[in-house]
Design a protein around this ligand. Structure first.
Ligand SMILES: [Zn+2]
Length: 246
């Protein structure tokens, strides 16, 4: 694989990440995603040349050009994370084509939802539905006809949602489950991803409970764990399957 297309894809992902910050800060408040960003401290509009993903943060040394107040490290981290999410499928498959690009964009949307769920404990349909749509597109481009995977993924969360009447799982988690099935392609990989999500979630939540960072009454954001489980399954799912079904 050539380096230049990969670098361009990485830059494209970083730009998506920059746009993602706008989506995360404005969509939950139902604000328009058009218009230039302002510094949250001094409200001055940020110049176009200060909106280069990751680079601007480094050049400005993490401070606003106008008021000198600190810029949150979340912005460059989300830009970097988005860039990695977008190139990840191409690196994994060893080629860049519409399938790996669509898979990367879907992972970027999934990452946004993970951050939004962690922030506000809820995910907006205005991001969940684009994820479903792009995940469906990637499944079609892969030529995947195993439609049982999204049924298993969505059904798993639907059952919990139905039994708990929406107390354990939100309806948004059902859509995420469907998307996971579409992205991962087989029901085996989908179940592995859900399993890893629960194990990682249980470990992290236990640690947070013991350290009193979380109380038993707190609602737990589950999308970050589903995202982690999905990425982990892309990396080690095949190995785990071979190990379990020799
Ligand atoms: Zn400022």
């Amino acid at each position: 694989m050539h380096v230049l297309p990969l670098v361009l894809l990485f830059i494209f992902g970083a730009c998506l990440g920059s746009f993602g910050s706008v989506v995360i800060s404005r969509v939950p408040q139902r604000k328009s995603i058009g218009g230039r960003s302002q510094c949250p401290q001094c409200r001055k509009q940020i110049e176009a040349y200060d909106l280069l993903p990751v680079l601007s943060y480094a050049i400005l040394r993490g401070k606003c050009r106008h008021c000198g107040k600190k810029i949150s490290i979340r912005y460059p981290l989300l830009e970097l994370g988005s860039a990695i999410a977008v190139v990840f499928p191409a690196l994994l498959e060893g080629y860049i084509d519409p399938f790996t690009i669509s898979l990367g964009i879907a992972l970027w949307l999934f990452l946004l939802l993970a951050v939004m769920d962690g922030d506000a404990k809820q995910i907006p349909d205005t991001v969940t539905f684009p994820l479903l749509f792009v995940a469906l597109g990637s499944a079609v481009l892969r030529g995947n006809t195993a439609w049982i995977a999204p049924v298993i993924g969505g059904g798993f969360f639907f059952l919990q949602w139905a039994v708990s009447r929406g107390r354990i799982m939100g309806s948004g988690d059902i859509l995420i489950g469907i998307a996971m099935g579409l992205l991962l392609g087989t029901w085996q990989h989908t179940l592995i991803a859900i399993g890893i999500s629960y194990i990682v979630g249980a470990v992290v939540v236990s640690v947070l409970l013991v350290r009193d960072i979380l109380s038993r009454k707190d609602r737990i954001a589950f999308v970050p764990f589903l995202f982690a489980g999905t990425v982990a399954t892309f990396l080690i799912g095949d190995g785990l399957l071979q190990f379990m079904v020799p």
